[in-house]
Design a protein around this ligand. Structure first.
Ligand SMILES: Cc1cc2nc3c(=O)[nH]c(=O)nc-3n(C[C@H](O)[C@H](O)[C@H](O)COP(=O)(O)O)c2cc1C
Length: 604
C-alpha cells in the first residue's frame, strides 16, 4: 500500500481513486458541513437539507423521498484489506452516487458505510425504486483499488413523505427500518418503508423481553422426540426439544431461539436445557437401567463461544449424576464450521467430559472429510431436506447414500431426521442408516407422555413400524436361447416399472435359465410375481426362497442384469470344466443362491 489516507490527503487520494472519483470532493472548502472523506454532505447537513426539503414540500404540495444506502459487507472489506482500501472504496461509492444524482437530488454520507440520496418534488413514488435499482447496479460494478478487484452491493431503504408531516429524524429512522428489513430478507436490494415494517422489530423486542423472564416464570418445558432403530423402530434415544409457553400462548422455537441467540439469553436458557437433559438421563437410567434411551440435546453457536460452557456442563453432570456417555450434544454443521479451529478446542474439552457429540443438520454446511476426521464426533444427523425426497428422487438418494457411506467409513452412527413414511424408512434401511427420528414413529411429547411410551414398549416388547420389506428368488427356463434385443426389450420395460413401484433386484441369465431376485414391499413383489409367472418368455417358474428382508440388498431402484453366456474374452475352461451346474440345479441350495445373487449387488 501507498501512503496512508487521511481526510487531509486529497492529493494522495487522487492518485488512488478508481473510477475517476474526483479528489475535489474532499477539498477544504467543503469542510464543516461536509464529510471529510468523501466531500458529501455530512449527517448534520443532511438533516438540515431534509428539513428544508420537507418545508418546501409542505408549501408546494409535493413529495420528498429519502434513500438510505447501506453498503453490504463493508466491515469485511475493512477487516480483510485494511482501512485504507476501505476508505478508497467509500470514496468510489460516493463518486458513483454523485454520478446518479439529477436536478433536485442530493447525496450525503451519514457515517461509516451509510449514504443517503435526498429527492425533492418526487412524482411517482415508484420511480424511487428505479433509482434504488440504478444505484445498486452502479455500485455492483467491480472497483479496482491498488490491484484488488472489489465488488459491493447495497441494501437500500426508501421512505417517501407526501404531505410534509414527517420530520428529518422520522425520515432517517424510517429509512433505516426499511434497510433493516432488506437486510433481514438477506438478498440485498431495496424496500419502501411502511408502517408495518416496525411490526417484526416490535414483535422481536416483545419476545426478547419475554424470554428474559421466561426461566424465572417457569414458562419453559422440555419435550422429547424418540430416536429409533431404523429397521425395528425400537426406541434408543430421545432429542430434547424446548417448548416455550408464555401466558399469551406458545411461541415456536424457530422464532424464539434465534432471538435468544441474538440477545444472549441462550446462554442461560441453554444451561437450563442441558440440566433438564441431565435430569432426564439420570431419572430414566434409574427407572429402566441400560434399556433407558440416551438423551440428545442441542447446543447453539453462541453457547460454543461462551467461555464458561465446559465448566457449566461439568457442574451440571456432577450435580445431577447424569452419565455423560449417554448424553449426545447436537451442534449444527454451520455452527461448527463458523470457526472450526476454535470450536475444535471446545469440542475436545466437551468430549473429555465423556459427552458424545453429533453434527446436526449434516449436509447443509460445508464440512470437508478432512475436517470431519479431526472432530471428536460420534454421530451424524442427516438433514430432513435429504430425507424428504429419498423415496422419489434419485438425487436425494445419491446424497443420502454418499453421506451414509462416508459416515460408515469414519465409524460414525447415522441418524436420519424428519422421516415421515414407511417408504422413506425402507430406503434409509436399504442404505444402512442406523437410527431414525420423525413423525412416522413418534412426535415430540411432554416428558410424562414420553415415559409412558417407553414403558409401553418395554412392557409389550412393542416394535415400532417395522418395515414391510419382502424378497423372493426364483428360477425359470426359456424355451429357446434369448437374443440381445429380446433382453433389451425385457429390461427396458422391467427397469422402468420397478423404478416406479420401488422394486430392486437382479436378473441372471445362463444357458436358457433365469434366476431373479426381487425385493420391495410384500404386496408389490407378490403382484409382480403373478405377472412374471404368466410371462410366455419363460416357463417352470420355481421359487427358491422368499421371506421378509431386514435390508435391501440392491439399492438402485431398478434391475441389475447379468448374462453369463460364455464370452470370447473369458479364460479357456475346456480342460478344467467338469459338469456344468445349471441355475435350476443351483436352486436346490437356497442359501448359495441368495449369496450368489447378492454378490452381484452394485454391479451390472
Ligand atoms: C425372466 C423375467 C423377468 C422379469 N422381470 C421383470 C421385472 O423385474 N419387472 C417387471 O416389471 N417385469 C418383469 N418381467 C416382465 C413381466 O413378466 C411382464 O411382462 C411385465 O410386468 C409387463 O406386464 P403387463 O404388460 O401385464 O403389465 C420379467 C419377465 C421375465 C421373463
Amino acid at each position: 500500500m501507498e501512503k496512508s489516507i487521511t481526510p487531509a490527503r486529497t492529493a494522495d487520494a487522487a492518485t488512488h481513486l478508481p473510477d475517476g472519483a474526483s479528489s475535489g470532493v474532499t477539498s477544504a472548502r467543503h469542510q464543516g458541513k461536509h464529510d471529510a472523506l468523501t466531500g458529501l454532505s455530512d449527517r448534520c447537513a443532511i438533516r438540515a437539507r431534509i428539513d428544508s426539503a420537507l418545508q418546501r414540500s409542505r408549501s408546494n404540495k409535493s413529495s420528498t423521498a429519502l434513500l438510505l444506502i447501506d453498503i453490504n459487507g463493508f466491515k469485511l472489506v475493512n477487516h480483510t484489506h485494511g482501512q485504507e482500501i476501505g476508505d478508497l472504496l467509500l470514496m468510489t461509492v460516493a463518486s458513483r452516487l454523485q454520478g446518479q444524482i439529477r436536478q433536485g437530488e442530493s447525496a450525503g454520507r451519514l457515517g461509516d458505510n451509510e449514504f443517503v440520496v435526498l429527492c425533492e418534488q418526487v412524482g411517482q413514488a415508484a420511480t424511487m425504486s428505479l433509482l434504488a435499482e440504478r444505484i445498486n447496479d452502479i455500485l455492483r460494478q467491480p472497483v479496482v483499488i491498488a490491484g484488488l478487484t472489489l465488488s459491493v452491493t447495497a441494501s437500500v431503504g426508501i421512505v417517501v413523505d407526501s404531505d410534509g408531516t414527517q420530520t428529518a429524524n422520522d425520515m432517517l429512522r424510517h429509512a433505516d427500518a426499511a434497510v433493516q428489513a432488506v437486510k433481514a430478507r438477506g438478498d440485498g436490494g431495496w424496500q419502501f418503508f411502511s408502517a408495518h415494517i416496525h411490526e417484526p422489530a416490535q414483535q422481536r423486542m416483545k419476545i426478547a423481553s419475554g424470554l428474559s423472564m421466561a426461566l424465572a416464570r417457569n414458562e419453559f418445558s422440555p419435550h422429547f422426540q424418540a430416536i429409533v432403530v431404523a429397521d425395528s423402530g425400537r426406541i434408543v434415544g430421545a432429542e430434547l426439544l424446548l417448548r416455550w409457553n408464555p401466558p399469551e400462548g406458545p411461541v415456536s422455537p424457530t422464532v424464539f431461539i434465534p432471538i435468544a441467540e441474538m440477545t444472549g439469553a441462550i446462554i442461560e436458557i441453554g444451561a437450563w436445557v442441558f440440566r433438564q437433559a441431565c435430569l432426564a438421563e439420570a431419572n430414566w437410567r434409574r427407572r429402566w437401567g441400560e434399556q433407558a434411551p440416551y438423551v440428545s440435546v442441542n447446543v447453539s453457536t453462541r453457547q460454543l463461544n461462551d467461555e464458561t460452557l465446559v465448566d457449566m456442563f461439568a457442574a451440571a453432570l456432577r450435580e445431577t449424576g447424569a452419565d455423560p456417555t449417554r448424553l449426545l450434544l447436537e451442534i449444527t454443521e454451520t455452527a461448527l464450521m463458523a470457526d472450526i479451529d476454535k470450536n475444535l478446542n471446545v469440542l475436545h474439552r466437551l468430549a473429555d467430559l465423556g459427552l458424545r457429540l453429533a453434527i446436526d443438520d449434516f449436509g447443509t454446511g460445508y464440512s470437508s472429510l478432512a475436517q470431519l476426521t479431526r472432530m471428536p464426533v460420534n454421530v451424524l444427523k442427516v438433514d430432513k431436506a435429504f430425507v424428504d425426497n429419498i423415496d422419489k428422487d434419485p438425487e436425494s438418494r445419491a446424497v443420502i447414500r454418499a453421506v451414509l457411506s462416508m459416515g460408515r467409513a469414519l465409524g460414525l452412527k447415522l441418524v436420519a431426521e424428519g422421516v415421515e413414511n414407511s417408504d422413506q424408512q425402507a430406503e434409509l434401511c436399504a442404505h444402512g442408516c442406523d437410527f431414525i427420528q420423525g413423525y412416522h414413529f413418534h412426535r415430540p411429547l411432554p416428558e410424562a407422555a414420553f415415559v409412558d411410551t417407553v414403558e409401553r414398549e418395554i412392557r409389550d416388547g412393542a416394535l415400532g413400524a417395522a418395515i414391510p420389506l419382502h424378497f423372493i428368488i426364483y428360477v425359470s427356463t426359456t424355451p429357446a436361447p434369448m437374443t440381445r434385443p429380446a433382453f433389451d426389450a425385457l429390461l427396458k420395460q422391467a427397469r422402468s416399472f420397478n423404478r416406479t413401484v420401488g422394486i430392486t433386484g437382479c436378473l441372471i441369465y445362463q444357458d436358457c435359465c433365469f434366476m431373479q431376485m426381487l425385493e420391495g414391499k410384500k404386496e408389490v413383489v407378490e403382484a409382480l410375481m403373478e405377472k412374471v409367472k404368466l410371462d410366455p418368455r419363460h416357463c417352470d417358474v420355481r421359487t427358491v426362497v422368499e421371506g421378509p428382508a431386514r435390508r435391501r440388498a440392491f439399492v438402485d431402484w431398478s434391475m441389475n442384469f447379468l448374462d453369463l453366456t460364455p464370452r470370447p474374452d473369458e479364460p479357456d475352461f475346456t480342460q478344467w470344466q467338469g459338469r456344468a451346474i445349471s441355475l435350476t440345479e443351483l436352486a436346490e441350495d437356497a442359501r448359495t443362491c441368495y449369496k450368489y445373487m447378492t454378490a452381484y449387488m452394485g454391479r451390472s
